[in-house]
Design a protein around this ligand. Structure first.
Ligand SMILES: [Zn+2]
Length: 267
């Protein structure tokens, strides 16, 4: 199974009960994905921690605009909810909430029971959603996850899965190397680098079976280096030989039987 992609890892990091048994199974056995998961999880945990609301500053309109843009939210929620709040001048973070106080209740007229104390009725009114830190933190956490996923994807990049030294065949002196890279989305590419272009016609890059009976053309290489997509599903174990041929401009799509360099991929 290939590594988990960023979307999948983010969902697993965000929701403990996310239904992805296959993903969790892979996580248990793959140290690399575990490390990425742990990093995303730290971001989620940091954002889920309840802060001291008294220290929160009221976000300016640009904050909502940024969240709205980054998350691609609908026009229905385009306006900054703080800017349109009727009492926006009195933001909750600036206004200390009244303490929940206790005060004695008058003794019942009939007497008998001991005096009791009950919570006062003027407890703070439940704040509107935009006045509570929860939704803001959720939006901020989502934004952070998007950013973390992007950074993670970039830092992860394609990884080499096989390589070959390319040695010259008779009449040629070019040398070089080839590498198969696998991108996070699973697509593979073959990078070829030669010391020079020695073709009398043009260079064509091939993957060939060990007994040379079958071959796949990856494309034309007009300079000393090039990158070629590897067909999805092609088993490199069946076609491990990298070959760069010298092709005449004769319109024949087959291999000319004249190879400039050749090498065998090893992982
Ligand atoms: Zn993995």
């Amino acid at each position: 199974m290939p590594h988990l992609d960023p979307d999948r890892l983010s969902l697993l990091a965000l929701y403990d009960n996310w239904a992805d048994d296959e993903g969790r199974e892979h996580l248990r056995s793959c140290a690399e994905c575990q490390a990425d998961f742990a990093a995303l999880r730290r971001a989620v945990d940091a954002m889920k921690t309840t802060p001291d609301a008294a220290d929160l500053e009221a976000p300016g309109p640009h904050v909502w605009a940024g969240i709205h843009r980054d998350l691609g939210l609908s026009r229905a929620v385009q306006n900054d909810p703080l800017a349109t709040a009727p009492d926006a001048a009195q933001l909750p973070a600036r206004t200390p909430l009244p303490e929940r106080t206790l005060r004695p209740v008058p003794r019942p007229p009939q007497g008998g029971s001991a005096p009791v104390q009950v919570p006062a009725r003027d407890a703070p009114r439940r704040a509107a959603w935009w006045q509570r830190p929860g939704p803001w933190l959720a939006a901020a956490a989502a934004t952070l996850l998007v950013a973390a996923g992007t950074v993670w994807t970039l830092s992860r990049g394609p990884e080499p899965v096989a390589q070959a030294d390319l040695a010259p065949l008779a009449q040629y002196s070019a040398t070089g190397s080839a590498a198969v890279l696998r991108a996070p989305d699973g697509t593979r590419s073959l990078q070829v680098k030669l010391s020079k272009d020695e073709a009398r016609g043009y260079q064509e890059v091939w993957l060939i079976a060990p007994d040379l009976s079958r071959l796949v053309s990856l494309g034309v290489m007009n300079s000393a280096s090039g990158t070629f997509e590897v067909p999805a599903g092609l088993d490199l174990a069946d076609f491990p030989i990298v070959d760069v041929s010298d092709e005449p401009l004769d319109g024949n799509p087959g291999h000319s039987s004249v190879s400039i360099v050749r090498g065998t991929l090893t992982s």
